[in-house]
Design a protein around this ligand. Sequence first.
Ligand code: SF4
Ligand code: SF4
Length: 274
Amino acid sequence: MNQSAATYLGNIKDTVQSFWHGMSITLSYLLRRPTTIQYPDRTPLPVRDTLPPRYRGFLEVDADICTGCQACERACPIGCIQINLEKDAANPKQRVVTQFDIDEAKCMFCGLCVEPCPTGAIQHTREFEASQRSVRNLTFRWADPLKPFPVYKVAKGAEYFPRAPLGSLVRAKIEARRWDAPPPEFLPPEAPKPPAAKAPPPAAPVAKPSAAAAPAAPAPKPAAAAPVPEAKPAELLKAAAETAAPAAAPAAPAAPSPAPAAEAPVPTTPEVKP
Ligand code: SF4
Ligand code: SF4
């Protein structure tokens, strides 16, 4: 009895000691400076200003220096950029860009579209935050079909092209769009996914057995191959028959041997006459 009471008191002592040990660690962190920071509202600088210079964020197009060459559209390996040009109705010699859409939700930020741009009109920015309820709102429209912009004509020998401050144009677009804005009207409505399309997958396993039966189909091939060896014996038989005929031919010469035997009695008859 005394031993069990001592064990009981010892357990209580261990519990109190471990409790205060854990609490001392917790309390010690209350008095230290935090090693993490709250994002995004407690950073000393905007996060975009802390990113490296060559960071590839959202793309931005400065329509004022876009020549409408469509080199960026051709360079994109996954077709994020859609550009459309038309002749200006008021001045047929002037071409205007009626569509310049970039789907940032599809973009993989490879930078291949930036490289061939002759004027630097399309550039990656350091902007990367654009939370949207509809992912389709991440298609940025750089040309207004109702107000198409004229293509930029590069002056002969020009090497510098005045550009709006990098990021200012895309930031204005992001700030102008509410996070819960409805999807843009210029995109066609999303095609509803047919629920019946999920039914065929169960049929796929059924097709597997048929595919498994496919190996049985090759079985006839060996069966078809069987006649080939049968034909060979037939040929062999023919060949044997041909070889047998010459064998019979030599047998014919054997027949003459009895003929001389028939001539033998002839000399005997003259012997009987005398
Ligand atoms: S960064 Fe790459 S994927 Fe994105 S639009 Fe440009 S070429 Fe296409
Ligand atoms: S953004 Fe550059 S590459 Fe693209 S159409 Fe304009 S000038 Fe050409």
